[in-house]
Design a protein around this ligand. Structure first.
Ligand code: DP6
Length: 329
């Protein structure tokens, strides 16, 4: 603490789920219904500074140089409140967060954002940065953020209602497997329905939701084993099942949620076509229209070119395995 200010600055990277999280067993503590497994990515980095200031009247949240919307601020302040409660601190804070993403086109990540915010707030408040506690804290704001605390390959178990301390853990470090993820952007602007609302609508209304919850753990087991064995095709097959199954829940919700556009479909066909020509390329998608392709490092440039030539694809970027939370000051 110095002169009525306590501050910290950290960075966190986004992650891509290989086994998807979709649906919660507990809305209050944000507990995922299914296990998920992810790869933390370099390139997609959020830097966040938190300053607790004595005498400040209210929390101020700035994102990418603008004032946060009411909903964004509310989620950030909920996190600050949890940290203040743990630390026994009353001071309000200023939060300044910026995404260092190669493009602003729909890749903004609540995962890197909330992982960075959790770490910066805990450190600024003088709390020890225990990775498990940090991951559980980040999870309460956004479950995918629990995974961005760690680098490399990470798993977050599913949980039961009330499980406040549920946290992610690293299953293999960044250097374990030098894969690539190619991000094919198919639209600009924000997605049609945010993942928090979309997964809750799926849970309440999709006739396929229970089948998803029943099957998802099986894919997570296969994916974890495939990571251990560095078996890309085993991973890819299960990853595509996981992606298309949760999108099926979204599509069969009421009202239905269709994230795909024509370029999404074209990019998925590009990946299938590459596979037919012997290239080990595997698609995954989040709650949005972009297609992300997992492959070996040696195939990345060829796949990037094929995606860039696909009608409607705006750009294709190559990302690598990335690190976990890093403290900057
Ligand atoms: C499709 O972590 O954004 O990207 O916990 O409500 O904040 P909240 O949801 P969020 O959902 C991510 C969903 C997904 C799959 C995944 O990342 O596992």
């Amino acid at each position: 603490m110095t002169n009525g200010i306590m501050h910290a600055r950290v960075s966190a990277c986004a992650n891509i789920a290989l086994a998807k999280y979709w649906g919660k067993t507990d809305l209050e503590y944000n507990v995922p219904a299914v296990p998920s497994i992810s790869l933390t990515l370099d390139q997609l980095v959020t830097e966040t500074e938190v300053r607790f200031v004595e005498g400040l009247e209210s929390d101020v949240v700035m994102l990418d140089g603008r004032t946060a919307t009411a909903r964004e601020a509310q989620r950030a302040i909920a996190m600050l409140n949890r940290v203040r409660q743990t630390a026994g601190l009353q001071w309000r804070a200023t939060v300044t967060s910026s995404n260092h993403f190669p493009t602003a086109a729909g890749l903004a990540s609540s995962a890197s954002g909330f992982a960075a915010l959790a770490a910066a707030a805990m450190r600024a408040a003088g709390l020890e940065l225990d990775p498990e506690a940090l991951s559980a804290l980040a999870r309460q704001s956004s479950a995918s953020a629990a995974r961005s605390v760690f680098g490399g390959f990470v798993e977050l178990p599913g949980g039961v209602p009330g499980e406040r301390s549920l946290a992610a853990r690293q299953i293999a470090p960044q250097r374990h497997w030098d894969v690539r993820l190619i991000l094919a952007l198919t639209a600009t602007g924000p997605k049609s329905v945010g993942s928090t609302d979309a997964m809750e609508r799926s849970r309440r209304t999709s006739p396929y939701y229970q089948a998803w919850v029943d099957h998802a753990p099986h894919w997570a087991v296969i994916i974890k084993r495939a990571i251990r064995d560095r078996n890309l095709s085993a991973l890819g097959i299960a990853m595509e099942h996981s992606t298309f199954s949760f999108h099926s829940c979204a599509m069969t919700s009421d009202p239905r949620i269709l994230y795909w556009n024509p370029a999404t479909v074209a990019a998925l066909h590009t990946v299938t076509g590459l596979r037919e020509r012997g290239v080990s390329a595997w698609s995954t998608m989040d709650a949005g229209p972009h297609v992300k392709v997992l492959c070996e490092a040696a195939d990345a440039a060829r796949i990037q070119r094929a995606l860039q030539r696909t009608p409607g694809v705006l750009e294709a970027r190559i990302a690598k395995p990335g690190p976990g939370i890093e403290v900057l000051s």
